[in-house]
Design a protein around this ligand. Structure first.
Ligand code: XLS
Ligand code: NI
Ligand code: NI
Length: 441
């Protein structure tokens, strides 16, 4: 047992509870709209930030109290301990899903064959623990960015041997994800980008990436993987310019390479804001394009230009995200995955509980707000009213081709049309949303 401060599963105690180790909002079995909170939110804990990362940063070593990360001659024994800790945590927290990278579950070895053997062995262990605890896999992925071989990219590397290595690694990670019943497989373009055009052939690198994604999709079909393949947009970091910049860029890339019916997106909050967009904007763009998949639930810092991966705390921001998702019909295979890390000074193992309970409560409360926005039709009326002209004769005539420039010119001059600007009512609508946030229970 590693989390000895938490002796029983975290319970729901309601909004008035002062118990820091209880949920105030996440009540898994409570039905909201058509589904339980558990089934709406499909929340997942991530293996890497929570169990594999020691609290190091570019200026200093790990700070966290994580006995399973202590230096050792037996990396497999340590990996088993890490897995014990992870599943103990998942069970006590009560999140229904988790996610992992190949090499945060199984330590990478000298050769790919040995790395694969390690991953297979640990994935079997994970399978047993999943059966025991009922925790399921939201998604698996391959780490194609830590090893020095990937410094110049994986699929977009100038060296085809690196491409081959990345392909072999993804084959293994995809098969393991499939064996564990993963609902999705994620490809975040870790180092698929560039530092300078002086040494970069953009066109080639794009073709390589397109080819890589075709190979992955073909293999997924071959092994019968029925989960969703997801790309995760990010504008920069670690490379100066990441190719999968934002949702619209990824969508254009998928269309250009004939991949738009095979891939969807995994949208991360902090990546959205780094790309200069509101989180809800990225979700809305993906839903409109038919490529919405899953969410990495985190938030950044207003004044820091990097991926701080903080646990979600803003109910206002998340409510608007959940609102877009509910309007779009909710998650299919996706969910809210906490791609989140503690601050480096949050040393104690119990801090992991405080962080996740807080994140889950933020999402649960946001769900209540979003459902209330839908039930009360807080925004639907004003939006419909704003566009009402497009349902009238002129609007329909423009869209269905009845009109051309000349006929519109005739209309404006003959009728002396002088359209008047009307209020967008933004502040009034913000007040309406605030009221729902204040009252949703
Ligand atoms: C990094 C990404 C990463 C992916 C998984 O910024 O968010 O954590 O989600 O490789
Ligand atoms: Ni990130
Ligand atoms: Ni992420």
């Amino acid at each position: 047992m590693f989390f000895t401060d938490v002796t029983a599963p975290i319970a729901y105690e309601g909004p008035d509870s002062t118990n820091p180790l209880a949920f105030r909002w996440y009540d898994a079995d409570r039905v909201v709209g058509s589904k339980t909170m558990r089934d709406h939110l499909r929340m997942a804990v991530c293996y890497w930030h929570s169990f594999h990362w020691p609290g190091s940063d570019v200026f200093g070593a790990g700070t966290f109290d994580r006995p399973w990360l202590a230096p050792t001659d037996d990396p497999m024994a340590a990996a088993r301990q890490k897995m014990d800790a992870a599943f103990e945590f998942f069970g006590k927290l009560g999140a229904p899903f988790y996610s992992f990278h190949d090499y945060d579950m199984a330590p990478e070895a000298d050769s790919l064959a040995e790395s694969q053997a390690r991953l297979d062995e640990l994935a079997d262990e994970a399978g047993k623990k999943m059966e025991e605890t009922g925790v399921q896999l939201l998604w698996g992925t391959a780490n194609l960015f830590s090893h020095p071989r990937y410094a110049a990219g994986a699929a977009t590397n100038p060296d085809p041997e690196v491409f081959a290595h990345a392909a072999a690694q993804v084959r293994n990670a995809l098969e393991v994800t499939h064996r564990l019943g993963g609902a999705n497989y994620v490809l975040w373009g870790g180092r698929e980008g560039y530092e300078t055009l002086l040494n970069t052939d953009l066109r080639r690198e794009g073709q390589q990436l397109g080819r890589f994604l075709h190979l992955v999709a073909e293999h997924a079909d071959r092994i019968g993987f029925t989960g969703t393949l997801l790309l995760e947009p990010k504008p920069q970091e670690p490379t100066k310019h990441q190719y999968d910049h934002d949702v619209a860029t990824v969508h254009a890339f998928l269309q250009r390479h004939g991949l738009d019916d095979r891939y969807k997106v995994n949208i991360e909050g902090n990546h959205a804001t780094l790309s200069g967009h509101d989180f809800a904007h990225e979700v809305a763009v993906a839903i409109d394009a038919g490529i919405f998949g899953s969410i990495d639930a985190n938030q950044g810092d207003d004044r820091l230009g990097w991926d701080t991966d903080q646990f979600p705390r803003s109910v206002e921001m998340m409510s608007l995200v959940v609102y877009e998702i509910l309007k779009g019909g909710g998650f299919d295979t996706g969910g809210f995955m906490f791609d989140t890390k503690l601050r480096r000074q949050s040393l104690d193992r119990t801090d992991l509980f405080h962080a996740h309970i807080g994140g889950m409560d933020t999402m649960a409360r946001s769900l209540l707000v979003a459902q209330a926005l839908i039930d009360d039709e807080t925004l639907t009326g004003p939006v419909a009213e704003r566009y009402a002209g497009w349902d009238g004769e002129l609007g329909r005539g423009i869209l269905d081709g009845t009109h051309d420039l000349a006929s519109l010119h005739g209309l404006v001059t003959d009728q002396d049309l002088r359209p008047q600007a009307v209020s967008g009512r933004q502040e009034e609508l913000e007040r309406r949303v605030s009221r729902v946030i204040e009252q949703a229970r």
